[in-house]
Design a protein around this ligand. Sequence first.
Ligand code: C2E
Ligand code: MG
Ligand code: MG
Length: 663
Amino acid sequence: MILAEHTQCDGLLPSELGAWSSVVAAMPIPAALVTHLGVVLATNRWLSVEPGERLLRSAAADDKTTLRFGINRSRWRVRPVDSTGKFLLATQEREDAGDHLLRQFFSSGDSLFVVYDQAGLIVQSNAAWQKLLGYSSDQCFGLDSWSLLPESDVVSRPTVELALREHGRAETNFQMRTADGRYRQIRWALQFDASVGRCFGIGRDVTEEGKITAELERRAFHDPLTGLSNRSLFVDRLDEVLALGAAPSLLFCDLDRFKVVNDSLGHQAGDRLLSKLAERIATVDLGDDAVLARFGGDEFVVLLESGGVDRARQAAAQLVESLTEPFEVAGRSLHVTMSIGISSADLSPNQTAKGLLGDADTAVYEAKSRGRNGSVVYDDHLRSVAARRLDVEVDLRRALAEGCIEPHFQPIVSLSDGSIVGAEALVRWRTPERLIAPGEFLDVAEDAGLMPELGRCVISGAIQAAARLEHHHSDFTMSINVADSELKAPDFCEWIEDEVRSAGLHPSSFLIEITESSVLATDPALPTLAHLRASGFCIGLDDFGTGFSSLAHLRELPIDVVKVDRSFVADLVDDDVTFAVTESLVTLCGALGLDVILEGIETVAQAEAGERIGGTSAQGYLFHRPMSFADLFTLVSGTTPADDSVDRERHVDGVDDGTSSAS
Ligand code: C2E
Ligand code: MG
Ligand code: MG
């Protein structure tokens, strides 16, 4: 019967569907429709049907059309749901009293309610959902919900479907495309009822929440200055890569002398340089799997998930190369270089994030000490160096505790007559076998945070020494070296003033030697130095002529003395240019009221040249090597010290060449 009636529907236009509805409305019972259309699934509320051929042809007149019709008191809604028109989706719209309440609940509020069939086609949705998507109820009907998802979310379809099949429920977080092409983030709780072949979804629009979470995440995992990943995101990623059994490589990049930029041009300029630099290195093509992060300060790290050490070396070369062009910052053209330490899991038994980062960090130090602007791979050689550093640190802590760190003294003489005007206290580590020079342990002390303790040990010793020499030399100046980490200690001024006062001395008997880098590297150093100077200490700029030497510093820093570095002095005799430059420097210092000490005079010719350029005092092996206090005491007083303990300590400063005094 129904087939005959369908025949009459063939070729109907959408506008004529009303007529078609009335035709089917004549059908006796829903079951008849069900039977004739070939029921796949039927309940009293929902059914999916595969249409009979005739109906298919009718419906294909417009596949966006929803047919509504009544059969007895039931209202039906049917529409084709694929482009071939092969499948129809039908829903019975009849309501009873209970349905009404349910519908009210379903359609009120902000929660999104959607009912899907097994293929993910929407068979019913509430007003909140329609409003959110911007589709009408009819447009929603039969819509393939998966088609609303971006590719990145569709990939999780098998997982979600498996969870629904096996556990009857799933929770997901999907982006869904609205009618105007924007995406909303929806959190779904899905429940599958196998008996009716339907999936019920309750959703919540978490787009705004997601934005906040994303922002929080961005802040938690990204560096605010450069927008690059930060340490924690980077380490997470590295952990993941290692967990997958890959052999990643790390490039630890540290800018060379960035502090100079920061301190001379200001932090803002420093920040601008860093963000420009980040932009530039982010454009270097290191491969799709490369992850770039900023670890803070001037440290950037790159993770390469594969490719081993050769690829890492190549990447390091690309990064170094990318800095060839200068950066325009604060109206200046800045040339920047970086040192890169490489560690690679395929070279290392250290297969943890911490281990690989530590190795790369060690390799950066090595790259710096090999002259910067290049890369060094952490290999067996560096591993043994690092192990040795660790041994040195352990032994140094013990030496400090056992009082084996002490000052030796190198006399400073007047160039005109060789008389002693003072001495420089230089740290020595006494072991039963030998005296160890600072070159072997100062950087370890610095890294291990032992510098303040070590420095105070030497300074106390130097102050005691000065006190004991005072009766024998009324105008003796004791020079002490102070590192920036010592200057940073908030109680440094108070401590050293106390020590000097308790020894019955005046601060003017002391020359505090600092280096330019330490003044530049420490923000609070300048006020500290100014304070010390105001208390009466003399301040000397050590190693002038190395590193950042700037004549402006001679004018600006609160100093009294300039110590011209040994590297200048070494060339005084043979190099006319050095001679002329050093001469001008000494003249300039004189004009600025600064005393000059020439360091590292080793030959008579150098001493004479030093005098010719106007130098007044000097120190160097030509006059005296560093020596024990007992030797210094004898030299200054012409007698041996009475104190037994000093006598016991009398020994040559074997760190140089085994002779204590070469004058
Ligand atoms: P510095 O302050 O420039 O000390 C001078 C260095 O040059 C000393 O090396 C000294 O032994 C060496 N020297 C002196 N005359 C000559 C010479 O004619 N020829 C050569 N080739 N070298 C000469 P030393 O004792 O190994 O100290 C190295 C550096 O370690 C010092 O350089 C100083 O920067 C640092 N240092 C030493 N003791 C201390 C300390 O107690 N505290 C701090 N913070 N640094 C220290
Ligand atoms: Mg010095
Ligand atoms: Mg020096």
